[in-house]
Design a protein around this ligand. Structure first.
Ligand SMILES: NC(=O)c1ccc[n+]([C@@H]2O[C@H](COP(=O)([O-])OP(=O)(O)OC[C@H]3O[C@@H](n4cnc5c(N)ncnc54)[C@H](OP(=O)(O)O)[C@@H]3O)[C@@H](O)[C@H]2O)c1
Length: 185
């Protein structure tokens, strides 16, 4: 059994994404329309919403929403932090704090704001920086039945370093077997 529920033990830093089968979290130009055709199991979002204390995201992800950044379709409210080199030109948005500091300092601020609950990093770019520093606790992916072919990758690094993961849950194997047919549309 694969366990993709949030840890009972909270206070973790999560990389938590819906990904295409070919490993993209968004299409070209941050197109997220594949999500509209993707259903997840009942209660999944609620479990994450209840465990979530604060969100750290990057400037593209935030700007691509036009300032209307509503994680979990508005089912979660709480402190959101956007890491950017130019906070001065960001529109003021209630509940959103721009940070211009090191990624380590940003995470420290976000963890404190989460008040013992989980932090979700809504950015592959920032997740990669945190992974490099050993600051991500869990990588959680929900795989959408689609091939995007291009876009924003879940993980992109060019230094040749592998990030080995341990599969959670009671499965005796480390691999996950999936089988799809090609949908006509
Ligand atoms: N499928 C899913 O479940 C899911 C969930 C969440 C998000 N997403 C998608 O993920 C994509 C996020 O894209 P992304 O990761 O390429 O971009 P991103 O992290 O949202 O934005 C990257 C930008 O953030 C700023 N930034 C990143 N690290 C920084 C640092 N250390 N210091 C200062 N500023 C820093 C920089 O912007 P400046 O230099 O301009 O300030 C950088 O160019 C979006 O398309 C979003 O919709 C998907």
């Amino acid at each position: 059994m694969v366990n993709t529920s949030p840890s009972a033990q909270r206070g973790k830093v999560l990389m938590h994404f819906l990904v295409s089968v070919d490993g993209f979290v968004a299409g070209p130009a941050h197109d997220m329309s594949f999500m509209e055709r993707t259903t997840v199991r009942d209660g999944l979002h609620q479990e994450y919403v209840e465990a979530l204390g604060a969100i750290l995201t990057g400037r593209y992800g935030f700007d691509s929403t036009g300032g209307d950044f509503r994680p979990y379709n508005g089912a979660w409210t709480g402190p959101i932090f956007v890491l950017t080199h130019h906070s001065e030109d960001a529109p003021h948005t209630d509940g959103v704090t721009m940070l211009s500091c090191s990624v380590e300092e940003a995470l420290r601020i976000v963890v404190e704001a989460a008040g013992g609950k989980n932090v979700e990093v809504f950015s592959p770019t920032i997740s990669a920086q945190l992974l490099e520093r050993g600051l991500i606790d869990e990588v959680i992916v929900h795989i959408a039945p689609v091939l995007l072919g291009d876009g924003i990758r879940l993980y992109e690094a060019h230094d040749g370093r592998l990030v080995h993961l341990l599969r959670e849950g009671s499965s005796p194997t480390q691999t996950v077997d999936l089988r799809y047919t090609v949908s006509p549309s």
